[in-house]
Structures are given as structure tokens and as C-alpha cells.
Design a protein around this ligand. Structure first.
Ligand code: CDP
Length: 233
């Protein structure tokens, strides 16, 4: 079997549904799903464990270089390993969410993770989700999608997720945290959260994940499906 070279980039703010949409889309296409937020989150977890200040770029890069970060695709989504330990749940803790955008603002950190992200996508056949995939990481992706939803809907979704995981959070706190992260991500100087000029915007407010996946598959057919992506011959 020949590996496809086609890449799909999905960007958007916190809670817009990127990861769920990307995971199901990848499943439907037989592609690899790469959740780039998980990379920033696992690094943030290690920064917190080592007591390093997320605002200190040099220290954060030192932690990044010393940590062994692995992303392992599986049937329930990706598994994230930090020095061999499964930290897939730990990286979703609210404390990590509070710090991750501070870690992600440094040019040196982003450069380091950029190399890793491009290596992960090198064989193609990838659905990659994040904030700067269409603009910086995979500017030549065959299809680029920018997912949005109102901040209120995104906060409601995230609150439900966190409560399912056993966290006692209020709607107001989740909304504030999402807004703070949106601001940091959109205002940072390097690779800010932004739709690529050639990205297709999809507002997911009031739509479930399957509906969004179907919409993207529709766009994929409109651009000629997977032809020209050197898929299985
Ligand atoms: O899942 P959620 O929308 O909460 O966020 P995420 O995709 O896990 O990303 C967590 C954070 O990592 C974001 O708020 C960004 O600060 C950073 N990030 C980034 O800067 N660039 C990416 N390509 C992916 C994530």
C-alpha cells in the first residue's frame, strides 16, 4: 500500500470542535489524526511538573528538548506519552489549560514543535488540527478548514466535557478561561490563531460533530476528492 500525501488542516479556537471533528474525519478517510494541541499541552504539563515558569522561553525549550514526547494513534483517539507515561488525561486538566497558551507564545518553543509536527505529517494521509496548521505548519495542505462557534457555545461544550471528567466547574469560569486563551492565542506575535486566506470557514454553532464531518467531506469532493494526493494505487 502506498501512503497518501494528502493533508487536511483544521484550525480554530478552543472548543470549536477541532479534535472531535479531526478524529472522526481521519477515521472515515483512513488518515492519521494529529492533535497538535496535545503537543503544547504535554510540554506544559512537564513545565509545570518541573516548576519552570511558562513565561521563560529558554527554560521551556530546555524542558522540551529533555522530554520524550510520543503521540500514539489508537482506536479511542490518540494516546500521549511523556517519558513513557500515559498522560492523555493529565494534559486535559484545567491547570494545564490555564498555562498552555503562555508556553505556546514563545517563538523558540513553536520552532521546536514545528519540526516535530512536520515530521509527524511527513508521510501525508494526515488530518492535523491546531491553531496555525493552515498558516504555518502545513501551508500546502490540500484542504484547510477553520472551525468557529460562539464563545458561549464553546464554553457550554467544554463545561460538559470537564464535568463528565469529574471536574466541578462553573459555566462562568469556563467562559472566562476560554476567552482568556482565545485572546492570548489570537494576539501573540508568532503564528497567531488565524484562518489561512484559503481556508474554508465553518461555523459549528448548533451543529453536531457528524454534521460538520459530512460538510467537510462535501468540500473534499468539491476539490476533486482525494485525487492527486497519491493515495493507494
Ligand atoms: O482543545 P482545545 O481547543 O482546548 O485546545 P488545544 O487544541 O488542546 O490547544 C491548547 C493550546 O495549545 C491552545 O490554546 C494554544 O495556545 C496552543 N496551540 C498552539 O499554539 N498551536 C497549535 N497548533 C495548537 C495548540
Amino acid at each position: 500500500m502506498q501512503t497518501g500525501k494528502c493533508s487536511i488542516a483544521i484550525d480554530g479556537p478552543a472548543g470549536a470542535g477541532k479534535s472531535s471533528v479531526a478524529r472522526i474525519l481521519a477515521e472515515r478517510l483512513g488518515f492519521l489524526h494529529i492533535d497538535t494541541g496535545a503537543l503544547y499541552r504535554v510540554l506544559t504539563l512537564q513545565v509545570m511538573r518541573e516548576g519552570v515558569k511558562p513565561t521563560e522561553a529558554v527554560d521551556v525549550v530546555r524542558v522540551a528538548k529533555a522530554a520524550k514526547i510520543q503521540i500514539v494513534p489508537g482506536p479511542q483517539g490518540i494516546k500521549v506519552l511523556l517519558d513513557g507515561e500515559d498522560v492523555s488525561d493529565a494534559i486535559r486538566e484545567p491547570a494545564v489549560s490555564e498555562n498552555v497558551s503562555l508556553v505556546a507564545q514563545h517563538a523558540e518553543v513553536r520552532d521546536y514543535l514545528l519540526v516535530l509536527q512536520r515530521q509527524l505529517a511527513a508521510d501525508g494521509g494526515t488530518v492535523m488540527d491546531g491553531r496555525d496548521i493552515g498558516t504555518v505548519v502545513l501551508p500546502d495542505a490540500e484542504l484547510k478548514i477553520f472551525l468557529t462557534a460562539s464563545a458561549e457555545e464553546r464554553a457550554r461544550r467544554r463545561m460538559k466535557e470537564l464535568r463528565t471528567q469529574g471536574h466541578k466547574v462553573t459555566y462562568k469560569d469556563v467562559l472566562l478561561s476560554i476567552r482568556a486563551r482565545d485572546n492570548l492565542d489570537a494576539e501573540r506575535l508568532v503564528a497567531p490563531l488565524r484562518a489561512a486566506a484559503d481556508a474554508i470557514p465553518i461555523d459549528t454553532t448548533g451543529k453536531d460533530v457528524d454534521a460538520v464531518v459530512e460538510e467537510i467531506l462535501g468540500y473534499l469532493s468539491a476539490v476533486g476528492g482525494l485525487e492527486g494526493c497519491s493515495m493507494d494505487s
